[in-house]
Design a protein around this ligand. Structure first.
Ligand SMILES: [Zn+2]
Length: 168
């Protein structure tokens, strides 16, 4: 069976198992999480989060792109979140490509070079530090004092915090 059909059927059972309820639009823990799309990181299970508690923004690498800043600006300015948690992880697909290589691959395949930056990285700790600084330096995001970054180990499921001493 087509995998999406299977998931639609799963949803029927999921909906049947829960009472109808309306949670508040504003996340209860006043938190936004930015992380990778990696299929091994179940954000809600790994952090003990429940529905209605946090915004979860995901992309390849958990990179702080303009679109992530857009979402954080809406999250904080319109939906009253306050803290930002960034989570990269071990064995990330973004460590296995290079910006130039993937860019060339896209151009070769399509004839068009992408307008977006690929944002691959080699050193995951360094990329978490870079991401923390990008959020802390964006004036579109009003609350920047509680921005913390972590690396999640996809094998042992533990978080390790990356601390940044921001001199700027
Ligand atoms: Zn990843």
């Amino acid at each position: 069976m087509d995998v999406i059909n299977e998931l639609v059927a799963n949803n029927e059972a999921f909906a049947d198992s829960l009472p109808t309820q309306h949670l508040d639009l504003e996340p209860r823990r006043r938190l936004a999480i930015v992380t990778c799309m990696d299929s091994r990181l179940d954000v809600f299970a790994a952090l003990g989060l429940d529905h209605g508690e946090a915004h979860v923004l995901r992309n390849a690498g958990g990179v702080i792109t303009d679109d992530v800043i857009r979402s954080l600006a809406i999250s904080q300015r319109k939906l009253r979140t306050r803290e930002v948690m960034l989570i990269h992880h071990t064995d990330c697909g973004m460590q296995k490509i290079t910006d130039d290589g993937f860019r060339a691959e896209l151009q070769q395949a399509t004839g068009v070079a992408p307008a977006f930056a690929v944002e691959s990285f080699g050193d995951v700790d360094a990329d978490v530090r870079q991401s923390i600084l990008r959020v802390r330096r964006s004036r579109f995001v009003p609350h920047r004092d509680l921005v913390r970054g972590f690396v999640y180990d996809v094998d042992d499921h533990r978080l390790r915090e990356i601390v940044v001493h921001d001199e700027a």
